[in-house]
Design a binder for this molecule. Structure first.
Ligand code: ADP
Ligand code: MG
Length: 483
């Protein structure tokens, strides 16, 4: 589209620039996210194409970067052009904890971390493009986040086996019988944290090992890029050179046969060489329908360990630990209230504290029971974000009595198209998944198809009461099912 770069001369006021960014962001995130994370940001100044914005604390930066990097990046590029950058400034005192963003002295802190470009050439999966893959000195980014460590991973009954196995693997990568190590469990239960902690510990213990972490969805989309660029061999060789390969959310490979084939070869090569493979998934191997049997059987060669939702004691321990880390002082009763009421996963517990922190550091509110209750309630009303795209698709297909596989294939029968469009629409409304990810779940359709479906369903809902009712009843079934 041609409206990408808005003239700077007309719009060099930081407020206008930021307002334009907000308009774009608003279209891409739910209202509650927009209000919590974007409205509190204040534009400060614009120098060249770098916009300085002020945020209340380090967690804002971390949270926004982790969850909304793509959205914010897109907005900044639309408004300021390709070279647009953001600089974060923090309001006043910072928490000491945050390694990523807090310089040692100076207040106010000026953070000079630019928004990373999309398709970042430094992204590990694309490193193969820049790297001569013969020779030993591969130069690439492991993609591990330093914040994911064993010592901030709280032990509990719910993660005992998974944690112990993960630790054992980090001691002797490739040398235990836990190869592959397959960690599975629901969303927000700590899979990513644990498998990254393994990678981080291995790099500390064995700095010369080549450790690579990648989300399966990135692996898949970069494979497609590699095909287009005729670089499949480089792509595959790059992975085969790793000592430790960590792939997150392997369920994303479902129904992507070519990607599965390639991964199968990489897996075999690494396994034969005694290299460590670590995988995570939302289900155990045997339930990964749509994944090639030969992969499923290999996933069962090593150890599969699940992570269950945390019990009350673990929730308390996690909350107390995070309160410390975030520098929030909560009364015991408040912590208990949260632990009793926010039960489904750790991401929600954390979300609750982060919202508390955000509300209180905006200076507006003191942390009291009223605020806590309000936030716990907000968290539970947005709980449907934890539903997966597959669950949504299943709910839609059950309701409309359409075969789920057809929805993922290229079938154009009217009722299949409708089911597919509704499933895409609800995936966009309910989950935080990107358009690209949603497209991938429907037989690798691209993001414009998702937008088109979203628009069509939005329109149908406005014009047709029947459709409106259908969509709403499916949505409420999904939400009830997820609590
Ligand atoms: P998943 O990958 O299973 O969806 P994550 O690993 O992203 O979940 O975990 C969600 C959040 O909860 C992360 O911020 C993570 O650090 C935190 N978390 C998960 N499990 C634990 C734990 N046992 N102790 C401390 N923090 C945890
Ligand atoms: Mg994860």
């Amino acid at each position: 589209m041609s409206s990408r770069v808005i003239s700077l001369d007309l719009n060099s006021d930081p407020k206008n620039i930021w307002r334009n960014c907000l308009n774009s962001i608003k279209e891409n995130v739910p209202a509650i996210t927009y209000n919590t994370w974007f409205l509190p940001i204040k534009p400060i100044e614009l120098v060249n194409k770098t916009l300085k914005i002020q945020v209340p604390n380090n967690f804002f930066i971390e949270w926004i970067e982790e969850h909304y990097n793509t959205v914010i990046n897109k907005a900044v590029k639309e408004v300021l052009g390709e070279s647009g950058k953001l600089i974060y400034i923090i309001l006043e005192n910072q928490e000491e904890e945050d390694v990523d963003f807090t310089p040692a002295n100076a207040s106010p802190v000026v953070e000079t971390k630019p928004v990373k470009p999309l398709n970042n050439p430094e992204s590990p999966s694309l490193s193969f493009l820049q790297t001569e893959t013969d020779g030993e000195d591969l130069d690439f980014n492991s993609n591990l986040k330093p914040k994911y460590q064993f010592d901030n991973y709280i032990k509990g009954e719910s993660n005992q086996l998974a944690r112990a196995a993960a630790y054992a693997v980090s001691e002797n990568p490739g040398e235990t019988s836990f190869n592959p190590l397959f960690i599975y469990g629901g969303v927000g239960l700590g899979k990513t944290h644990l498998i990254q902690a393994i990678g981080n510990r291995i790099l500390t213990k064995y700095p010369s090992k080549k450790v690579l972490y990648i989300a399966a969805s990135d692996f898949g989309s970069n494979f497609v890029d590699a095909i287009q660029m005729n670089r499949v061999n480089e792509f595959s060789n790059f992975y085969k050179k790793m000592d430790v390969l960590v792939i997150d959310d392997i369920q994303f490979l479902i129904n992507k046969e070519k990607t599965q084939d390639l991964f199968f070869h990489i897996f075999n090569t690494l396994h034969q060489l005694g290299k460590q493979i670590i995988l995570s998934s939302d289900k155990p191997p045997k339930d990964l329908k749509g994944l090639n049997e030969r992969l499923i059987s290999r996933f069962q060669w090593g150890l599969s360990a699940d992570i269950q939702p945390p019990d009350f004691e673990t929730r308390m321990a996690i909350l107390k630990n995070k309160c410390n880390k975030f520098g929030i002082q909560l009364q015991h009763g408040h912590v208990e209230y949260i632990a009793y009421n926010v039960t489904s996963n750790i991401r929600e517990l954390e979300g609750c504290l982060i919202k508390l922190l955000a509300s209180s550091s905006l200076g507006a509110k003191e942390i009291d029971m009223t605020l806590i209750k309000k936030i716990v309630k907000e968290i539970s009303t947005t709980r449907q974000v934890n539903v997966s795209i597959d669950q949504i698709t299943k709910a839609v297909c059950d309701y409309l009595k359409v075969d789920e596989n057809k929805v993922r294939e290229k079938n154009r029968r009217k009722e299949v198209v409708l089911a597919r469009q509704i499933a895409m629409y609800l995936s966009k409304v309910i989950t935080k998944s990107s358009l690209k990810t949603i497209g991938l779940h429907f037989g690798g359709r691209d993001h414009s198809t998702v937008i088109h479906s979203f628009d069509s369903v939005t329109q149908m809902i406005q014009e047709d009461m029947n459709i409106k009712e259908v969509v709403e009843s499916i949505k409420s079934k999904i939400e009830i099912g997820s609590t």
